[in-house]
Design a binder for this molecule. Structure first.
Ligand code: NAD
Ligand code: FE2
Length: 387
């Protein structure tokens, strides 16, 4: 598999995961003395919950379910405190990006001490120096790619959302279990697919892009665009077509943006999640077409997007290919019921506050990755155009 050549995480694909399989994985990682902690959110996921019940009958295991969307540092502290005095040596996250990122943070804080807040932002007082526990990540959404990335996203005690990145945050093993995403509801299928698509495009319109990151991003964007509509209609009809492909596509997208970081769409998305708790994928989808158009001024970006359109829509005039790709993204957003305007998001925004709210995104390292340099006027105009 392409992504295995690039990521240091061992990626395993499985149709389903039994308690016996999980027990073996834990043994391979932690040996005879393996003491696992499994981190999940507290929403029911039948096959995962059954597996965990059976696993608890087979071996000693700590199960923590204090995960909520956009994990907060305080919840990580509570999970670490719950493990005090327990010689946990394998941390496992099973869930969406929030559960996987929580597992990454628990592994890091267990190994390096302090509070997660100490590690965040430009004024961080602690550094990640080691990881004493093994890390296994198992996604149940097809979006974040966190199972193969070296970053986690956390909301600090001050309410700001931060990306924390370090190679020690990368999992030893990622298991892509098709069974876990077969019941993913339409709204989450839609938003997480747009998160994955954004990861591929943000890898392309990125100052850190290299020929290799471009290749992986073009390949994964093409694959995601080929499958995301099928997966969405499967989620509506309760069928399975396209689900496993999206799980793989999101993982590939994770390997892509691991090489570059994300860019303007993600920098802007954090403000929507901080201020109005807009789910991550929805927040990314919100400005995707606007950032697409702005970044078209960069010829190298344009050429990479033409490559995607070329595979999807065949030989054609370059301008037509770009227009077709752009229209396809807009059409998918409409079909998926994703928002284009503040009123679609049910948010009333006071125009006079746009600068104060969105200028923060200009200091975000992700914004600085964007190929076209954003300034305050561009951000304000972009946001105003969405009212
Ligand atoms: N670390 C990274 O590389 C990275 C990349 C992108 C985003 N993120 C972060 O990940 C978080 C978003 O993750 P997410 O979009 O996967 O959502 P999530 O983990 O926040 O979960 C959203 C909802 O989906 C539900 N859910 C998850 N799997 C399900 C399933 N199979 N069936 C039914 N419901 C299910 C959850 O219970 C939850 O209610 C954000 O905090 C975002 O910033 C991290
Ligand atoms: Fe994302």
């Amino acid at each position: 598999m392409f992504e295995q050549a690039i990521t240091t995480t061992k990626i395993i694909k499985a149709d389903r995961l039994t308690a016996k399989d999980m027990d073996k994985l834990i043994f391979y990682c932690g040996g005879e003395q393996a003491y696992p902690c499994i981190i999940v959110d507290n929403n029911a996921l039948l096959s995962r919950d059954k597996m965990l019940d059976n696993l608890a009958k087979m071996r000693k295991v700590e199960i923590l379910d204090r995960v909520f969307p956009d994990p907060k540092t305080g919840d990580i502290t509570a999970m670490v405190d719950a493990l005090k005095g327990k010689p946990v040596n394998v941390v496992i996250g099973i869930g969406g990006g929030s559960s996987m990122d929580s597992a990454k943070a628990v592994a890091i804080v267990l190994s390096n001490g302090g509070d997660l807040d100490d590690y965040l932002g430009a004024t961080a007082t602690r550094k990640i120096e080691k990881r004493d526990v093994k890390l296994i990540l198992i996604p149940t959404t097809a979006g974040t790619g966190s199972e193969v990335t070296k970053v986690g996203v956390y909301t600090s005690h001050s309410g700001r959302k931060y990306t924390l990145g370090n190679p020690l945050m990368q999992a030893d093993i990622a298991v892509l279990v098709t069974d876990y995403i077969l019941g993913l509801p339409p709204a989450i299928t839609a938003s997480t697919a747009f998160d994955a698509l954004s990861h591929t495009l943000e890898t392309i319109w990125n100052r850190n892009a290299t020929p290799l990151s471009d290749r992986v991003a073009v390949e994964s964007a093409t694959y995601i665009l080929q499958w995301m509509e099928t997966a969405f209609y499967s989620s509506l009809s309760g069928t399975s077509e396209g689900r496993a492909e999206m799980l793989e596509g999101a993982c590939m997208a994770g390997t892509a943006f691991s090489m570059t970081g994300t860019a303007a769409v993600h920098a802007l998305s954090f403000i929507f999640s901080e201020e109005w708790h807009v789910p991550h994928g929805v927040a990314c989808a919100f400005t995707l077409e606007d950032v697409f158009l702005l970044n078209m001024k960069d010829e190298k970006t344009r050429q990479q997007l033409i490559k995607i359109a070329n595979v999807l829509y065949g030989e054609d005039d370059e301008d037509k290919l770009i227009t077709t790709l752009f229209n396809r993204i807009v059409t998918l957003k409409k079909k998926f019921g994703l928002p284009f305007t503040f009123s679609d998001l049910n948010i009333k925004i006071d125009e006079s506050r746009i600068g104060e709210l969105f200028d923060k995104s200009l200091d975000d390292p992700k914004m600085k990755n964007n190929v076209i340099e954003f300034n305050s006027e561009m951000v304000i105009n972009l946001i105003k155009s969405k009212i």
